[in-house]
Ligand binder design. Structure first.
Ligand code: SF4
Length: 353
């Protein structure tokens, strides 16, 4: 049974700095390496209706309700971050569609009028009944996690027998107009190799952009190992040998995925080589956890508490300076391939993708 990690045992929390006499707030969030951060990932819950083996243990204790940010707090933090140049928000979890009244949050974020892009990552199982509502609330972009096209393997990977609901969810999302729908595949060695061509065919035959994500050390069960990482290079070579590919964009982009299109023009795939070809030098992302901690990196081992000052009456400016200081102190990148790598205390469901 996984123990509930008391928050104070989580990553060290940076103390707030006084805001008096600090001059004007910057218009952009720039770290010590000159990277500009305009992309905010917000985890709106740590709860999920799946138990994916690469994410959380079977038995999981979730944050008490009062620990997690209210929708009003999420909207306020987004408004503050937008003053600092954030114009892209992705809603994540756990599984965001398990949180009640999600369309209200989506509409409120859209009504801020400050976001160029609002997207959401989901496991898709509630999309059959919620796709239309989310679309009507203004959401236009979806990432759906689907690591296998085999219902049995799906049950093994997610510990839930809900494969067909996810497929129905994808179809519902396509029907109401989401396009392109991005499918995120966590490529674990021993699970993914024999389905790479099936996923390539899915990308070629349907309006889905399939993105393969290297398995990352954020699991709750300690199953991660370098040897279990099916590398982006291997995926590219396997698919390219059957369906020739070319880079979709000449140079690097701030986005984590490197896109390839099929030479015959039938669709695209993406590769996210977090472990073997890190892209930290062009990182533009920061994250807020469901319990209100700001993380400058997915693998950060320190966090900034935004919720406590927010609930203690801090001004927008004080919160903004906490965000500015956190980004200014951001490290160069993850250290997964280095001897001293320290795995974050949180698993993926407590951080958000
Ligand atoms: S590992 Fe951290 S620094 Fe590197 S790209 Fe991901 S979030 Fe950015």
């Amino acid at each position: 049974m996984a123990v509930f990690i008391p928050l104070e045992a989580m990553a060290p929390v940076r103390p707030a700095r006084a805001t008096v006499e600090r001059g004007p707030l910057p218009e952009r969030l720039v770290d010590g390496f000159g990277r500009v951060h305009n992309n905010l990932r917000i985890s709106i819950t740590d709860r999920c209706n799946f138990r994916c083996i690469y994410c959380m243990p079977e038995e999981m204790e979730f944050f008490p309700r009062e620990f997690i940010l209210t929708y009003e707090e999420i909207v306020r933090l987004t408004r503050i971050a937008a003053r600092l140049g954030v114009d892209k928000v992705r809603l994540t979890g756990g599984e965001p569609l398990v949180r009640r009244d999600l369309p209200i949050l989506v509409r409120s974020l859209g009504d801020l009028g400050v976001l160029r892009d609002l997207s959401l990552t989901t496991n898709g199982v509630r999309l059959p009944e919620m796709a239309q509502e989310l679309w009507d609330a203004g959401l236009r972009r979806l990432n759906v996690s689907l690591d296998t096209l085999d219902p049995q393997k799906f049950a093994e990977l997610t510990r839930r027998n809900l494969f067909h609901r996810v497929i129905a969810g994808l179809e519902a999302a396509a029907r109401v107009g989401f396009h392109p729908i991005k499918i995120n595949v966590v490529a674990i060695r021993g699970y993914a190799e024999d389905e790479l061509l099936d996923f390539a065919r899915l990308a070629r035959e349907q309006a889905y952009q399939v993105r393969f994500i290297e398995f990352m050390p954020l699991d709750g069960d300690g199953m991660w190992d370098h040897a279990r990482v099916l590398t982006a290079r291997e995926i590219l070579e396997t698919i390219g040998a059957v369906y020739p590919l070319e880079r979709a964009h000449p140079g690097p982009t701030p986005e984590p995925a490197t896109l390839y299109r099929f030479r015959d023009g039938r669709g695209e795939i993406g590769l996210i080589p977090t472990v073997t070809e890190p892209f930290c030098t062009r990182c533009n992302r920061i994250r807020i956890t469901a319990d209100g901690k700001l993380r400058y990196c997915l693998f950060a081992i320190e966090e900034t508490d935004l919720k406590t000052p927010l609930r203690a009456g801090a001004s927008d400016e004080e919160i903004a300076w906490l965000i500015v200081d956190t980004v200014r102190g951001k490290w160069a990148g993850h250290a997964i391939n280095q001897a001293g790598f320290i795995k974050p205390q949180r698993n993926m469901s407590q951080i958000g993708g």
